[in-house]
Design a protein around this ligand. Sequence first.
Ligand code: ADP
Ligand code: ZN
Length: 215
Amino acid sequence: MALRRIIMLGAPGSGKGTQAKFLGDKLDLVHISSGDLFREAQKNGTELGKLAKSYMEKGELVPDNVTVRMVVDHILPLKDEGFILDGFPRNLSQARALDRALEEEKIPIELVVNLKVPQDILLRRLSGRRMCRNCGEIYNVYTLPPQVEDRCDKCSGELYQRADDTEEVVRHRIEVYTKETQPLVGYYQHRGKLSEIENENDINVVRENLMRLLE
Ligand code: ADP
Ligand code: ZN
């Protein structure tokens, strides 16, 4: 049975973006990252982008009403293709809104993968993270460096550090995660949809564990 609708859960720095992209490619699902959608809106200078920026640079959540509408609008056209969500939902109210929208269309979430990483590792990962300005590919100066310094392996785009990856904002994002997002683990466990994977080690070990989970 091929899974069509998956949520990737995890703290900032847990590697959920990297693993969601990998899984999306493997399973031929559209990868939807709420953070990427907000960054895209900022790049395009839209009202949504401006609003999102004011929250993101502080490490706060963007308000639920705009976030839910943005993501649901992206998902509904993908009814038949399937999708993997990364960074959404991020609190209980978003999770309930998502469930309602998907139930109406009879396309419920099938699997939620929670990537578990100890807090001390999260901080190091985030401070080393670099992103491609052009294609959004993610690197890490410690654990996943590009072949040429500050250049994307895939498209030669310029790599940059996100404004919200500074230590102070990172600490706040982890606090927000613990308070707002962590309760979703219980929410999906209760609904029989949760699988957990440790993501402390090698990126390839995690990939293997992910693939095993899907068999
Ligand atoms: P990370 O998971 O590493 O923090 P993301 O790119 O997923 O990175 O999110 C970056 C920022 O975008 C968040 O700190 C928040 O401000 C905003 N954001 C992303 N997804 C959501 C969401 N579902 N609800 C509210 N805000 C969000
Ligand atoms: Zn690139």
